[in-house]
Design a protein around this ligand. Structure first.
Ligand code: PMV
Length: 325
């Protein structure tokens, strides 16, 4: 065990091919493999210090005391792995609007996995770090790496982890992130995906088509075929949201503003001939995949129509790393 505090920084990632359903709820083994882009803009810094004098873990988020049973559960996992019983102080600063479908859990659990494992004296490979981060939140497995990342579903705890597809991208793509609503989600990703697995009559179709989407997008990335990458991204997101509409009870993450932005992105593409494609996760925020050079023009058009939404340009970001607190 390490008595000095350890700080790790992890960036969030946005899935172009979505993870939406678990095979094993406890171990977080997904129903399908997924692929994401790690972003430079949104990240979490987490500091962990084990302290023999503590009688429980102490967790703060953005400087405020916070309660999160998932954090305690995750720390128990670390203690078990390291063979220790000591509690820790965990301080997280989230540079992401929490629980707004901006995958804050991805950066949060990747940073916590890195900081807590090192502080507990474990020296994990990136593969094992990805496996560990997965236990906190599935999407966190991918934030261990930068650039394009694939989470290979595997079949058990040993074989389900992320691998880099292209870590340092020499491709000037970006994502415009529109914060429609930074409040709490209507239904957590955990609950939403479980309802879908159990009740959507389209679930098998999703598995089949998403497996094909993953193969096609990897080829399109390799060929630097932006149009293809965008088309697959948009279509895969819509299929995921169609599952939610087909579940029982049905639910969705759209707000009127999300739908209006989605339509406008399609119009910009068709009428202004600027290639751009949207994706949405477990929340109303719309993320728009584009070339970095086109971002200012898209931002100008969107700002003229949606003055209450800010669209921030995020570029490909790096994987998890240790920093000085
Ligand atoms: O890992 P979770 O529980 O935050 O679920 C992530 C689900 C999506 O963001 C909708 C899709 C994905 O692959 O990130």
């Amino acid at each position: 065990m390490n008595n000095s505090p350890i700080t790790a920084r992890a960036h969030t990632n946005i899935a172009l091919i979505k993870y939406w359903g678990k095979k094993d709820v406890d171990l977080i083994i997904p129903q399908n493999s997924s692929l994401s882009l790690t972003l430079d803009h949104f990240y979490t810094d987490t500091t962990v210090k084990f302290d023999e004098t503590l009688t429980q873990d102490i967790f703060t988020l953005n400087g405020e005391p916070a309660e999160n049973p998932k954090v305690g559960h995750f720390m128990d996992l670390i203690r078990k792995l390291a063979g220790i019983q000591t509690f820790a102080r965990i301080d997280s600063i989230n540079h992401v609007p929490s629980a707004a479908g901006l995958a804050s859990s991805a950066s949060a659990f990747a940073a916590l996995a890195a900081a807590a494992s090192k502080a507990a004296g474990l020296d994990l490979s990136r593969k094992d770090l990805s496996r560990l981060a997965r236990r906190g939140s599935g999407s966190a497995s991918r934030s261990v790496y930068g650039g394009f990342v694939e989470w290979r579903q595997g079949k058990d705890d040993q074989t389900s982890y992320a691998v880099p597809v292209e870590e340092h991208l020499d491709w000037p793509i970006g994502m415009l992130v529109g914060i429609v609503n930074s409040g709490q989600k209507k239904i957590s990703s955990r609950a939403g995906m479980q309802t879908v697995v159990e009740t959507s009559p389209y679930y098998q179709g999703w598995i089949q088509s998403t497996t094909a989407d993953l193969e096609s997008i990897k080829k399109a990335i390799q060929n630097r075929d932006f149009q293809k990458v965008g088309e697959i991204t948009e279509s895969n997101a819509l299929k995921m949201h169609a599952l939610n509409l087909s579940a029982h009870p049905h639910f969705n993450y759209f707000e009127p503003m999300s739908l209006a932005i989605m339509q406008e992105v399609e119009r910009i593409r068709e009428e202004e001939h600027i290639p751009c494609y949207y994706t949405l996760d477990a929340g109303p925020n719309v993320k728009i995949l584009c070339m970095q050079a086109d971002a200012p023009a898209i931002q100008r058009i969107l700002a003229s129509k949606f003055d209450q939404v800010t669209f921030e340009l995020a570029k490909p970001g790096e994987g998890v790393r240790f920093i000085e607190a």
